[in-house]
Design a binder for this molecule. Structure first.
Ligand SMILES: *Cc1c(COP(=O)(O)O)cnc(C)c1O
Length: 820
């Protein structure tokens, strides 16, 4: 917990004015989200105004929870809440940064700050683990590295911490200077510079110049010499005494050599004073090796010796620090956070849990926290957290965790160690529950996850919910603030899994969902999705369900309108419907000639409320169809005008799909229908590189074979070795959705970052790939679709479209969701 402040101090630090209340009140925590206020009376709620939310809208809620200290806009009417203290400021963002800068000054230990394009979070986590063998370490939670995330991270530094490690990330010019003012790092690490153009910057150089401002007051700056652009810039700007470079070649402060063996690497490091250090790390891939060399350089520079660093490295895995959602046994949903071991991380995980679909019970399996300062107080806080998040059942593991009993009101059960828990674990205890499993590395909670997760074969489709959020916000940024978004979650959300994705969209406050069939809509309702849902292709037999589940059918023909109208009239029901107008697709929909009769039916059946009117573009993705598209839009608007004459209310009008949003921004109307773009594929090509890939299809290598030139592979002997080499058989075939047209070099997969071509015919459950030039072993991960693989290219290779690749992924492939 941060150092306590009085309201008067807050006003002084933020240069704010006291609008009402007293200067005396003590503040122990600063919060910006009404959903995670633990100790309302001792917290300062900062009302931030963002693009999507305005914190001022939540003041009433916080007040009702017991919150009495608020930092608000100067013009806020404080009279509404007579017993509370309000401090008015011109800009709450600047104010929270000022508070953070103040708290930062109170921390005397070294603060290490990390920036760069990739690897920031992992370097921070690993460095935390390595330094943790020697110091008590404060880290920014997950990737809290923004203008708001950094202040929140600073507030997490506690009195017992000896070292702090904080990430810093920016998205536009001017931001790093602000972060530097708050962080005032003593040591800086520049991870690397990515090749992707980052939005918000005019050029690579500008981005880089901006990033290195983080180091302005650092005593030491760690960087890799092979990273030419940053290295040259750092060397030009900073005093050489501050710079600590590392490289594979001579001429740096630390020279490394790496020797790889079966799944691990030996790192030899030589310092300019000729002292030599040796380390073993449990991975061989280049990205991890780059990250770990930053970590080792930092740890040694902070005075740790070889043995102590190695001790930290021993516990490393190529960590999966993501919060992951997995299907569990007995209809449970598991949240796997087995990497986490601090309070800030626990809060994030509990937040994530609270955002999931409701289940039977909320069960938390939690280990002792490592390195807690005042035990009693920390476990008391954990107990309060569990109460706050309405945990029904706590299963604690470790010597100290039972201390939470002093404050936790729910049921609980405690075990001294994981082994005992596993030996006594009754799997039928779990039934349709939401289970959060979170514990320090050393407790080996992966075993518990293994026991509780649904057994399926090794192929998984991983869905990155942060990427989904990114893509959603990207499209939002292209829309007028008033334009609504309907998200197409038909066909199992383009293969991604409808319930989880719909739930996430509900959190993101999307306006509408659309499914293809009534069943899909019913399934979403049963999973607790409450948003309006449009059904593209309802059938007559489903009328009853439409009404009962408040699903809104598309009506596309006169006869269908009449049937539905009669149904609603005889049953005295009211139903929202959507009209599909055919302007050139010639699939479903009303044509011009039908409008007279349609208008008559609308008057005859007022039970059917026209919620929206839309048309679908046939070629929004390609510029060659521009003329046709504009003609479609023109015809649509004429038809809408004609129908509107009979209505005394205004339905939503919409036409654009994902490609349409990119290509025809002037035709957003009241709503857009976002589909494939949300899932990370930019089919129009206009915003290439702006979306993040959402899904990664992965499997593993089942077996490796060494073959001689001329030997053949697979059915029909279609694959032939053109020289001696080796192949891998991977656990995925056309029954999983890996198209048979990928046979014989048609497709490729990624193994340890390298492309491996398909050799021979794809089989039903297996595929063989050529790995003659790739270092790999049985059990290694194989990426089929995902970052680094363009679905558009892959689809082109076999004459199809990315839509088909995504929706073909078989339902037997396990879907796993995570936040990175
Ligand atoms: C599927 C669908 C969309 C979404 O199309 P994308 O190209 O995936 O954005 C929009 N409208 C209708 C009517 C659809 O069927």
């Amino acid at each position: 917990m941060m150092q306590a402040l009085t309201a008067g101090q807050v006003a002084e630090i933020t240069k704010g004015s006291l609008l009402s209340g007293s200067v005396e009140g003590a503040i122990h925590a600063i919060v910006i989200d009404s959903r995670n206020i633990l100790n309302p009376s001792g917290s300062l709620f900062v009302a931030l105004r963002g693009a999507k939310f305005d914190g001022h809208d939540f003041i009433k809620e916080v007040f009702e929870l017991g919150g009495r200290h608020f930092l608000v806009a100067q013009d806020f009417d404080a009279k509404l809440f007579p017993e509370a203290t309000f401090i008015g400021v011109r800009d709450a963002h600047i104010a929270i940064q000022a508070l953070a800068a103040y708290q930062r000054k109170l921390f005397l230990g070294p603060l290490v700050s990390i920036t760069g394009s990739n690897g920031k979070t992992i370097v921070k986590e690993w460095l935390g683990q390595v330094l943790g063998t020697h110091f008590t370490v404060a880290k920014s939670p997950k990737s809290y590295n923004s203008q708001v995330g950094v202040p929140l991270s600073i507030f997490g530094i506690e009195s017992q911490h000896q070292v702090a490690i904080m990430e810093a990330g920016i998205s536009k010019p001017g931001e790093m200077a602000k972060l530097e003012k708050i962080l005032k790092p003593n040591m800086g690490i520049f991870t690397n510079i990515g090749t992707a153009h980052e939005e918000g910057f005019a050029s690579e150089t500008q981005k880089l110049q901006e990033k290195i401002r983080l180091f302005e007051n650092c005593s030491f700056i760690i960087y890799r010499k092979e990273q030419k652009m940053p290295a040259e810039l750092l060397e030009a700007v900073f005093n050489p005494e501050k710079l600590i470079s590392w490289s594979e070649n001579q001429g740096a402060d630390f020279t490394y050599t790496v020797k790889k063996e079966e799944g691990k690497s030996k790192i030899l490091m030589m310092r300019t004073d000729l002292s030599v250090f040796t380390f073993w790390v449990p991975f061989v891939d280049e990205a991890s090796l780059e990250n770990i060399r930053h970590v080792i350089t930092a740890a040694i520079s902070l005075g740790m010796d070889n043995t102590a660093v190695q001790k930290g490295l021993d516990h490393l895995k190529a960590v999966d620090m993501r919060l992951t959602l997995k299907p569990g046994i007995n209809q449970c949903l598991l949240i796997d956070d087995t990497y986490n071991n601090d309070l800030a991380g626990l809060k994030l995980a509990l937040d994530f849990m609270a955002a999931q679909r409701p289940k039977n019970r909320k069960i938390l399996i939690l280990s002792d926290l490592l390195q807690v300062g005042e035990k009693e107080r920390v476990y008391e806080e954990i107990g309060q957290l569990c109460n706050y998040y309405q945990i029904d059942y706590l299963i604690g593991v470790g010597a100290e965790i039972s201390l939470v009993q002093n404050s936790f009101v729910g049921n609980s059960l405690f075990y001294p160690n994981t082994k005992l828990l596993l030996s006594q674990l009754q799997t039928d205890f779990f039934n349709n529950d939401l289970v959060l499993i979170t514990g320090a590395r050393s407790f080996g909670f992966e075993e518990i996850v293994n026991r509780l997760q649904q057994r399926v074969h090794g192929t998984t489709l991983e869905i990155n919910l942060n990427a989904l959020t990114h893509n959603y916000n990207f499209y939002k940024s292209k829309l007028h603030p008033k334009t609504k978004v309907m998200v197409m979650v038909k066909a199992f959300a383009y293969g991604g899994g409808a319930a989880e994705i719909a739930n996430h969209l509900q959190q993101l406050k999307a306006d509408y969902l659309a499914v293809a069939y009534t069943d899909e809509g019913i399934a979403l309702r049963e999973e607790g999705i409450q948003m309006p849902i449009m059904v593209l292709n309802p059938v007559q037999e489903s009328f009853m369900h439409l009404v009962k589940q408040e699903l809104e059918p598309v009506v596309y023909s006169l006869s269908f309108f009449r049937q539905l109208g009669i149904y609603c009239k005889t049953n005295q029901k009211h139903l929202k419907v959507h009209l599909d107008l055919d302007t050139g697709m010639h699939r479903l929909g009303f044509e011009q000639e039908a409008l007279e009769e349609l208008k008559r039916l609308i008057l005859e059946f007022p039970q059917l409320e026209i919620a929206s009117i839309y048309t679908h573009l046939v070629g929004a993705d390609e510029s060659e169809h521009e003329e046709f598209t504009l003609e479609q839009l023109k015809q649509f608007s004429e038809m809408v005008n004609e129908i509107s004459q009979t209505l005394n209310y205004k339905p939503l009008i919409h036409a654009l799909n994902s490609a349409g949003i990119s290509r025809y921004p002037d035709h957003q109307m009241d709503m857009v229908r976002l589909g494939i773009g949300l899932y990370g594929v930019e089919v129009s090509g206009i915003f290439d590189g702006k979306l993040k890939p959402v899904s990664t299809l992965k499997t593993t290598i089942s077996q490796i074979k060494f073959l001689k030139k001329g030997q053949t592979i697979g059915y029909g002997r279609k694959g032939i070795m053109d020289k001696d080499g080796k192949i891998a058989t991977i656990a995925l075939g056309y029954a999983d959705g890996f198209d048979r047209r990928f046979s014989n070099g048609g497709g490729y997969v990624l193994i340890n970052g390298k492309k491996a071509k398909v050799i021979g015919n794809v089989c039903m459950d297996m595929t063989m790939v050529d790995i003659s030039d790739i270092e790999a072993k049985e059990g290694d991960e194989v990426v089929i679709y995902g970052p680094g693989i363009s679905l558009i290219d892959l689809a082109k290779r076999i004459g199809t479209i990315p839509y088909e690749l995504l929706t073909n992924i078989s339902s037997r492939v396990k879907r796993v969701y995570y936040l990175d």
